[in-house]
Design a protein around this ligand. Structure first.
Ligand code: SF4
Ligand code: SF4
Length: 259
């Protein structure tokens, strides 16, 4: 499903770029999931579409640093088009779209304990989200090379190899393989339409995770320094803090869609 959406986005962006070129504005489209192999041993692009989305006024970054939009929470994919045409920008959302520490549902649901206080442990997340991603494949192949010859043949016949083949061929399992922080986030009208009944209970929630969320809330209230809320990062999280956007959005949504 991810791949169908990304393919569609690439097509729409390509058509838009073509139209702009046709009327005389040099333009090109960036791949929706671009990777620059020179950066790190994982999938990172030159342009962060999440940050582009914040600049474009679509949303702000959440506790798990996904971009959260009032309409669809974190359940969106973005792409970018670079053009020389000068465009009037939309206003940025300066209020925090994420409910924040008092919600912490993404923290509770994360199987890798990768969610930080408006940050993420990318390495821990990759173990779940990029089950057959580039980094996992490299690490596996390093183990194959280092293994004694008798074990090597068996390792090359394991299910993992099929996963890597699928990942290389169709990108299946190479990113976006873990849906938990996306599924449980209560921001977005789509959550209340389609997910609320299925995601109410979070089986991964533990007393330790609950306590961590509470500690983060207390830290913020006490004004303790939080790396994810540094003056630079606040721009992306929402410098005005949470002012009840989700509750207002939900009330308006319920008025429009009476049961
Ligand atoms: S994608 Fe999965 S592992 Fe990564 S932060 Fe979200 S819940 Fe955690
Ligand atoms: S689950 Fe809650 S804390 Fe996490 S991003 Fe969504 S609103 Fe923010």
């Amino acid at each position: 499903m991810d791949m169908l959406v990304l393919r569609k986005m690439d097509k729409v962006a390509w058509r838009l770029a073509n139209e702009m070129e046709a009327i005389g504005h040099p333009t090109f489209v960036t791949a929706a999931q671009e990777t620059d192999w020179d950066y790190k041993r994982a999938s990172y692009g030159r342009l962060s579409t999440r940050h582009l989305g914040v600049e474009a006024g679509l949303g702000t970054l959440g506790l798990e640093v996904n971009i959260l939009t009032p309409e669809f929470g974190p359940r969106i994919y973005l792409t970018g088009i670079l053009t020389e045409l000068e465009l009037e920008p939309d206003e940025r959302i300066t209020e925090q779209v994420c409910i924040g520490e008092s919600c912490s549902r993404c923290l509770h649901a994360c199987p890798a304990d990768a969610v930080q206080h408006f940050g993420i442990d990318k390495r821990a997340c990759a173990g779940e989200a990029q089950e057959y991603g580039f980094m996992t494949m490299l690490q596996y192949m390093e183990r194959v090379i280092d293994a004694p010859a008798v074990e090597r043949a068996a390792m090359l016949k394991k299910r993992d190899m099929y996963g890597f083949w699928q990942g290389l061929l169709r990108v299946v399992g190479s990113f976006g393989d873990c849906p938990r922080c996306l599924a449980v986030c209560p921001v977005g009208n789509d959550y209340h339409l389609h997910l609320v009944d299925h995601q109410k209970v979070i089986p991964e929630r533990t007393p330790a995770k609950l306590a961590l969320g509470k500690r983060w809330k207390a830290d913020r209230l006490e004004g303790k320094p939080v790396a994810g809320l540094s003056p630079w990062n606040e721009r992306w999280v929402g410098p005005e803090g949470y002012k009840g956007m989700v509750a207002k959005q939900l009330a308006a949504f319920k008025r429009k869609t009476p049961e």
